[in-house]
Design a binder for this molecule. Structure first.
Ligand code: TYD
Length: 209
């Protein structure tokens, strides 16, 4: 039985997820909550392999890529060294930087979304986020931020691609109405975004007592 709450952060590259994750972790810890921060691709063996796709070191068919992210996700949930599910059962709250909506949004640029959703069906069955927080910025804004802050761009970091990824996020939110999703305007001030997120998360913590 799950006891901790599970929050997934989503957004196109450069959306400011990392900053908001730090701020939320801090607020939760101030409330003396036991929290753990993690990400996908995971830091496990399948996640490391998957990251080599992002850098272009491994090249393979788009369906294989989507399946690798799905395999990493299941391993991230279930492995008994640092798996998410055992931690939740221990009463630890988890904040995850990207979860299955990333797969729906990114891989559906190349393969049908229905197939990606089906490939991740087992993860969705095992663990649906108590809340998915989508930090929304336009593809143009994302490109400005990415080119300012980084020395290299990864596979998905092209404006037209990011535009499709953003569209796919909204298509997936529309398709999967049973999911709890908070969309926040990522162009607001950092403190404003953080306050909106806290407004949604605090009641979840209260109800979980
Ligand atoms: P990462 O370097 O972790 O950066 P970010 O801060 O943007 O999350 O990159 C993760 C990349 O992996 C990002 O471009 C989205 C992509 N991705 C997928 O394509 N499918 C997935 O299922 C996940 C979790 C991520």
């Amino acid at each position: 039985m799950k006891k901790g709450i599970f929050i997934a952060f989503e957004g196109i590259d450069g959306s400011g997820k990392s900053t908001q994750i730090q701020l939320l972790m801090k607020k939760m810890e101030e409330k003396a909550q036991r929290c753990y921060q993690t990400c996908e691709p995971s830091s496990g063996p399948i996640g490391s392999l998957t990251r080599q796709i992002l850098t272009g070191r491994i090249k393979t068919d788009n369906r294989v890529i989507a399946a690798m992210f799905a395999a990493d996700r299941l391993d991230h949930l279930l492995n008994d060294v640092d798996g998410v599910v055992p931690k939740l059962e221990d009463g630890i709250h988890i904040i995850c930087d990207r979860y299955y909506f990333s797969s729906y949004a990114y891989h559906s640029v190349d393969v049908p979304m229905e197939w990606v959703i089906k490939t991740n069906e087992e993860s969705a069955k095992i663990l649906r986020p108590d809340l998915t927080i989508f930090i929304d910025i336009s593809a143009g804004e994302a490109m400005d931020r990415i080119t300012k802050n980084r020395f290299h761009t990864e596979l998905f970091e092209k404006e037209s691609r990011l535009q499709k990824v953003r569209d796919n996020y909204f298509k997936a939110f529309e398709l999967l109405k049973e999911e709890k999703v908070l969309v926040v305007d990522g162009t607001l001030k950092s403190e404003e975004i953080s306050a909106l997120i806290w407004q949604a998360v605090e009641p979840l913590l209260e109800n979980n007592k």
